[in-house]
Design a protein around this ligand. Structure first.
Ligand code: ADP
Length: 645
């Protein structure tokens, strides 16, 4: 076994590899870009080497820099993780040329499976069923259009070098063929430097089922059963599970046999995944699956396989790379129970899943589920890389129990500071079709409106927000004793305007709702209405408060303090109320000369006094408020003119 390895990656996968290496007594070297100087993988590793500026092209994709770092630290092998250089045959070759080991397959295997057309040719030779279509060399548009007709519409055009759903176009109607062909070619060229395409029959109601394979350098190849990755958005996996639900025994045998044949065809060693597309329009059948592609690396979703087979696939990778035989024989690998994985991202489901980099002001996993993450509270989800926050994996004896655990884990995971897809994942995990395993790759798209619609801010959300931002002590003895006058807290949030919270004897009223048994325990708040208990976790970061309840996470913004806002624009002629409140004092009269920083108006809002100061020197031109005028956000209070005007 190696004594030291370098991990040419970052984030959760780097941390995950470090954990196994440490357990095996193998030292680890992390690498990091400028953006990652304080990243978790750097803290976890035994050593760390800076490899360049933040953009991946200048750091994590710099082969020579990575190889130098490995040599300088005395690492004997390099683990590429997934993404970045993990499927780059030149990197694998260079590592070998420099006398080290690439923890992955041979450069030749990567090359053979790197292009979808070549891979399909090899699979035909190996007698593995491939999706009907054209994957030859002729790229003449007229010829390709004729092939599409032969295959039968709808067809899928795929860039042969494509990945991650890029360079792929569904064509439903022959009149659109030429335009969509050009757009697939353009994307293929722009993203992968290769405009070459293939055409496939589009399988209706497809399921994506993939088989985990593993080979060693002694010629052994085994499979570790299948994963179902049909829950996809724009061809990207969202929730994965193992085994595939409703999998007939004969289909499992046919698929795992085909996967082993595929791996053997290219003398494969290391971890690999054979992806199949399966006809899900009716019950699954042994003749209803076709090879799509092979991924010659460890997959993001490998934890579900680890859960149901009780293996550590990174440990297997290290064994195989160091020349050992596979730890288990085929008949020793068994399938136990059911597992799910969900990918938690910093992205905004209400804005077409736009990546939402930012600082995670709070990140808590209040769950027993397996968590793979590369960030912790206070860390930044960087705009330079994939905005993944964590993967959550659950395992139980049966699908329903594992799914319940997933829902529970998602609902008890708390992230504040950036929008996340946690609410979206919870809604997907509780979707009735998903729950009853009526799966196909179009499910998410069909239900997108429901899945991505965020529930309105509830009175309970507001209750939590006010209690937290005003730090209301629910155990204070005077609470509820002032029967003659219900104490009220009036406040405002940018997202929903004015809100009041009224405390009566044993109820707290917010909006239309009366809450009883309101309990605050650190950052957890519970309250009861109509015999239903609500629960949420809250966190304040800067001028925002995030309330995470079972339904979703809500972030509300406390309007910026007035003195800060008023002083913000030095050239401004106007002093504007930046939040709703009451004017408690006007310091100036029309015609007064003021200098920058002089107090002009005092406002009270959210129980706090805010002084609005002169943004620059000037003469008071007009005053639009008097003491105790109620003022709403955005109102002009005072205007200035130049002193000599
Ligand atoms: P990429 O390499 O870009 O990820 P794949 O070939 O792996 O592309 O396909 C990605 C996804 O696209 C699959 O998981 C499946 O959902 C869908 N897909 C691919 N080929 C077909 C097909 N022939 N018919 C229907 N859907 C397909």
């Amino acid at each position: 076994m190696f004594t030291k390895i370098l991990i040419a990656n970052r984030g959760e996968i780097a941390c995950r590899i470090i954990k196994t290496a440490r357990a095996m007594g193998v030292q680890t070297v992390a690498v990091y870009s400028d953006a990652d100087a304080n990243a978790l993988h750097v803290k976890m590793a035994d050593q760390a080497v800076h490899i360049g500026p933040s953009p991946a092209a200048d750091s994590y994709l710099q082969m020579d820099v990575l190889i130098d770092a490995a040599q300088q630290t005395g690492a004997q092998a390099i683990h590429p993780g997934y993404g970045f250089l993990s499927e780059n045959p030149d990197f694998a070759q260079k590592i070998a040329d420099n006398g080290m080991v690439f923890i992955g397959p041979s450069p030749e295997s990567i090359r053979q499976m790197g292009l979808k057309d070549r891979a399909k040719e090899l699979m035909e030779i190996a007698n593995v069923p491939v999706v009907p279509g054209y994957h030859g060399q002729n790229q003449d548009p007229v010829f390709l259009a004729a092939e599409a007709v032969k295959i039968g519409y709808p067809v899928l055009i795929k860039a042969r070098a494509g990945g991650g759903g890029k360079g792929m176009r569904l064509v439903e109607n022959p009149v659109d063929f030429e335009t969509l062909l050009q757009s697939a070619q353009r994307e293929g060229l722009a993203s992968f430097g290769d405009a070459h395409v293939l055409i496939e029959k589009f399988i209706q109601s497809p399921r994506h089922i993939e088989v985990q394979v593993f080979g060693d350098t002694h010629g052994n190849v085994v499979h570790l059963f299948e994963r179902d990755c049909s829950m996809q958005r724009r061809h990207q996996k969202v929730i994965e599970e193992a085994p595939a639900p409703n999998m007939p025994v004969d289909l499992r045998t046919a698929m795992t046999d085909a996967a082993i044949k595929a791996a053997k065809q290219i003398d494969y060693y290391g971890a690999g995944t054979i992806e199949f597309i399966v006809d899900g329009s009716g019950p699954l059948r042994a003749d209803g699956f076709w090879f799509m592609e092979m991924n010659t690396r460890l997959q993001v979703e490998h934890p579900v396989t680890e859960a149901v087979t009780g293996t550590d696939l990174v440990a297997w990778q290290l064994h195989v790379a160091s020349g050992a035989a596979l730890p288990l024989k085929q008949n020793e690998i068994t399938l136990n129970g059911h597992a799910f994985e969900a990918r938690i991202y910093a992205e905004d489901p209400t804005a077409d899943f736009k990546p939402a980099p930012g600082t995670l002001s709070s990140l808590q996993f209040n769950t027993d589920a397996r968590i793979d993450t590369g960030v912790e509270t206070g860390d930044v989800v960087s705009p330079f890389y994939d905005p993944m926050i964590a993967k959550i994996t659950t395992h139980a004896d049966d699908r329903q129990t594992a799914l319940n655990a997933l829902v529970d884990g998602l609902q008890n995971t708390f992230a504040a500071g950036t929008p996340t897809n946690l609410g979206f994942l919870s809604r997907l995990a509780t979707d009735p079709d998903f729950a009853t395993a009526k799966l196909d790759t179009g499910l998410i798209e069909r239900k997108m409106d429901t899945l991505s619609s965020v529930p309105n801010t509830s009175d309970f959300d507001l209750l939590c927000a006010i209690i937290t931002t005003h730090d209301i002590d629910l155990n204070a003895p005077h609470l509820g004793w002032q029967m003659w006058q219900a104490p009220a807290v009036n406040t405002a949030f940018d997202e929903c305007g004015n809100v009041s919270l009224i405390i009566n004897a044993d109820t707290i009223t917010v909006g239309e709702t009366n809450f009883t048994r309101v309990i605050r325990n650190a950052d957890q708040i519970t309250a009861t209405t109509n015999n239903t208990q609500h629960r949420a976790t809250t966190t304040v970061a800067g001028n925002t408060v995030t309330i995470k309840s079972a339904a979703d996470a809500k972030t509300l913004t406390i309007p910026a303090p007035l003195d800060v806002a008023a002083g913000a624009d030095e050239n401004s002629d106007q002093i504007i109320a930046p939040m709703t409140g009451t004017v408690t004092l006007v310091h100036v009269d029309v015609g007064d000369t003021v200098t920058m920083g002089d107090p002009l108006v005092v406002m009270e809002a959210m129980k706090m006094e805010h002084v609005l100061t002169a943004p620059r020197d000037g003469t008071i031109d007009q005053i639009f408020c008097t003491q105790s005028s109620a003022t709403s956000e955005g109102t002009i209070l005072v205007t200035l003119v130049e002193i000599d005007a």
